[in-house]
Design a protein around this ligand. Sequence first.
Ligand SMILES: [Zn+2]
Length: 345
Amino acid sequence: MRFAQLIGSRSLEILPGPDPEARPGQAVVEIDYCGIGGSDRSAWVAGEAASPAWFGHEWTGRIVQLAHDMPDRFVGQRVVAAVGPSCGQCRPCAFGAPANCQRVLEQIVGLDPLAASHGGFATHTVADARRLAPVGEAIDSRDAVLTEPAAVAAHAIRRSGFMLGDVVVVLGTGTIGLLTAELARIGGAAAVVSVDHASARRELACDLGADAAFAGVNDGLTAWLNDHTSGLGADVVFVCVDAAEAIAGGLGLVRPGGVIVAVGVGNQIENLSVTALLRREADFRVSLGYKIDDVRRVQTLMGADQLRVRPLLQPVDVALDQLAAALNNENQSSGPPKVVVRTSA
Ligand SMILES: [Zn+2]
């Protein structure tokens, strides 16, 4: 087997390794595809990831070995890296808060006890078998790399308290932003507005169902919101970009009593104005990762072709040996947001 290992800022090696063996609770997966996420680009620049297994975590493949009998897993099954059910043993679980299971959060960032010593930019890996979500017949293996980002977006929608008929603004048209806008549309938003400086991405957002897209707050967005909400503002604003100033900009768009949600695990929330929230009696919420239930919901929507993910994928795969070049390519704003690494030979 071969795997990518970060060895410093903007530096990695593709190394040979021994064929992985499944320890109790684990499965060995032959990886087919791994998406490059925002956290991978951050790790590439920093020279290290939150954990070795976190560098390349949007992977999909097939189970080739199981440690022991798993009732709903089998060798040959197509799977995607996700999270398992709540563990029942950590402190939040033990005290009746399984929705905040610590093990699930550890699995997301590759810090659980059964995590591999490397990420999914590899031909093979091991993982806790319980966190491998089966890929349904109707879902293409390559499309399945967007299961995890879609689950992140679905979790953000749930955290927002979004309701049928809401007017929604999504800041950012990266993978998470586009998927959040799509899911809001599917969920019955009265209107969805995407915001991004990249014009090609604004077009993509509209192709995927956004009613309007603007380059920024001062580019007609405020006027559009005034026209469409009787001057009130958006019911929900999702902040799907890392820029700290986006929170302040987003707050200005929320209606009195509305909600602003910071999505994902990488947001730097530094200049949140409690006064601005107070004046509107608006809620600020965070969304961290996703749950097994979010995975199930987005898989259903992907399988029914309601959630269209393929337009988000760059059409040409990157080979494992081209990973460094792909990570160095900063100019990602002109095409579809998701670069897909084909890890098999
Ligand atoms: Zn737990």
